[in-house]
Design a protein around this ligand. Structure first.
Ligand SMILES: [Zn+2]
Length: 571
């Protein structure tokens, strides 16, 4: 009776844990939970632990869908609770009210989105959903030197792939007239002035904490100079905030609010020449668009003071500004300064190269959007600078694809063997060891096989090995060519199991990415090409399918006009 009770409780919590972690329950976590529940009722850990462990083995044999279904029957309340906890793994927002939270993701349309952007977008989006609030996509496109037409759409495409939907979308550049009005307000208040010094002088002045001569210009003259900036009769001038040139925070030493950029804008052409800086546009847009909790990365921390000063002078609402550390992956840089030359010299194929942490690169490699989301949320919103290894993203991805990826044989470095007395048969082999829903494939076999050279090298004459999922083969000679013979199909304990293909195979290439940078230097061996034979069934797979080549790794397939290429996802 008491054993039944433990078994029942263990089953429920094992299912709950398995559902939470993509089908595989973690013994430690489940044991802890079951003990916590049952100790109160007088059960001892000694009784509990062995039963829990055996229950977990059973539960982990079931596919995820069935685990969910069973949990739904046994304890539906746990199924719901787990789902909520997972989605909302971020800490609570300060001063946040349900229905009133507004967040925004403000990319500059100057390139494809990468893992760092994904973090910002996911955090902003998740918080908006968590509080039933609003999520805004805002293109911060007020630097015509950076903004490029193609990237507005490209970034939206990347976000959609990531599973992110926005409630509102706009371009900061469409609000330029509003920004000008606010600038005039600052000038009239004498909180901003036009500076005509050279960039070097300005830099020098900021460094030494010295005001420039323009700082003393009276209000009326600044209004006139500002007009001249706008109507093109004044060149080489900027509008600066009256901050504090002696402030310890150098970001407050009369920061630039507007500058002249004589370059055509992808949306507005030559309509404007005076453009706000990030300091100005970021603060103003967050406030006037109703954002309550804007996030930015920690390197802007020193600029927070400036953000709030601008809003204070303008008497605009101050949002609850939040910061988190920038997310980067070791050896996979995102900066254009590093990547662009590699693309130009052909060392990297483009921004969708599988060695890059751009969303397009990750997609091409076979990383699922859900894995990126989970990875990002696991990192959380701490301010501690985090450069993490690809392994963390890899393990999130593996948990998701392992239960659903079809298994196939792939033989790299193939050598031919002829099996004497081999029966001609058609063998059905499951596409997944546990997930029977995936079905099977049929392979016709005769005498000719290809196996991996290194597998055969390990065996001696007289050894019997097993062609995996097929039958046993004995090695008779290895001198010139490898001669072997059929040795029955009864399983022999400890015999080597070897991947194989028949004469009817698919010759294909798999690109295997390694770290693009090692010790901050380009790694010339970062892209390996592995050639080999895959079983014929692979030739009918479609672009985008990620499969597992057994003992090789997960591979995303691309099928372009019946030419099959593989991109190695991870082990
Ligand atoms: Zn000046």
């Amino acid at each position: 009776m008491s054993k039944d009770k433990i078994q029942q409780t263990a089953r429920i919590y094992a299912l709950q844990n398995a559902v939470q972690f993509n089908g595989k329950a973690n013994p430690k976590a489940v044991v802890g939970k079951v003990i916590a529940v049952l100790q109160k009722e007088g059960f001892s850990p000694k009784e509990i632990i062995p039963i829990v462990n055996s229950v977990i083995v059973d539960v982990n044999k079931i596919v995820l869908d069935k685990q969910k279904a069973e949990l739904q029957k046994l304890a539906p309340e746990l199924l719901k609770k787990e789902k909520k906890e997972r989605d909302f793994s971020l800490p609570k927002l300060p001063d946040a009210e349900k229905g009133k939270v507004v967040t925004r993701f403000p990319p500059e349309p100057n390139g494809y989105l990468h893992i760092g952007h994904a973090k910002a977008a996911i955090v902003d989006y998740e918080y908006a959903r968590r509080y039933d609030g609003k999520f805004i996509l805002r293109f911060d496109d007020t630097n015509p030197e950076n903004a490029q037409l193609e990237f507005y759409e490209a970034q939206k495409k990347d976000l959609k792939w990531l599973g992110i939907e926005w409630d509102e979308e706009y371009r900061t550049s469409d609000n330029l007239e509003k920004h000008y009005k606010l600038a005039e307000r600052l000038i009239k208040q004498n909180n901003a002035y036009v500076c005509q010094c050279s960039p070097d002088d300005i830099k020098h002045g900021r460094f030494h904490g010295n005001e420039c001569n323009c700082c003393g210009t009276v209000c009326v003259d600044n209004q006139e100079l500002w007009k001249q900036m706008l109507n093109s009769s004044l060149d080489g001038a900027i509008l600066r905030l009256r901050g504090d040139m002696t402030c310890d925070n150098t970001a407050m030493r009369d920061p630039t609010l507007f500058r002249i950029i004589d370059k055509s804008h992808p949306i507005h052409g030559d309509k404007y020449r005076v453009w706000p800086t990030y300091d100005f546009a970021g603060a103003v847009e967050d406030s006037i668009s109703g954002v309550t909790h804007p996030f930015r990365t920690k390197e802007y921390e020193l600029r927070d003071e400036c953000y709030f000063k601008i809003l204070e002078f303008l008497n605009l609402r101050k949002p609850h500004l939040m910061e988190f550390a920038r997310l980067s992956i070791e050896g996979m840089p995102v900066s254009k300064r590093k990547i662009k030359p590699l693309i130009e010299s052909g060392k990297v194929s483009g921004y969708d190269d599988i060695r890059l942490p751009t969303l397009r690169g990750l997609k091409k490699r076979g990383i699922l959007p859900a894995a990126i989301k989970q990875f990002v949320l696991e990192q959380g919103i701490s301010k501690v600078e985090s450069s993490v290894t690809f392994g963390l993203l890899e393990s999130a991805n593996r948990k998701l694809i392992d239960p659903i990826a079809k298994r196939y044989f792939f033989v790299k470095d193939p050598v031919k063997i002829i099996v004497d007395n081999a029966p001609s048969i058609t063998k059905k082999i499951n596409l997944h060891p546990d997930n029977k829903k995936l079905g099977d494939r049929s392979i016709k076999t005769d005498k000719i096989f290809y196996v991996q050279k290194s597998d055969i090298d390990k065996l001696k004459v007289g050894d019997i090995f097993r062609l995996k999922d097929l039958y046993n083969v004995k090695i008779n000679d290895k001198k010139k060519e490898i001669s072997t013979e059929f040795a029955g199909d009864k399983l022999i304990a400890d015999s080597a199991k070897i991947q194989w293909t028949t004469d009817n195979h698919l010759k294909m290439k798999v690109f295997v990415p390694h770290l693009l940078f090692e010790k901050d230097k380009y790694n010339s061996k970062s892209l390996e090409q592995v050639e080999g034979f895959a079983e014929d069934a692979v030739s009918s797979l479609k672009t985008g399918e990620t499969i597992q080549f057994e003992r090789f790794g997960f591979v995303r397939i691309e099928n372009e006009n019946n030419k099959i290429t593989g991109y190695f996802t991870h082990k």
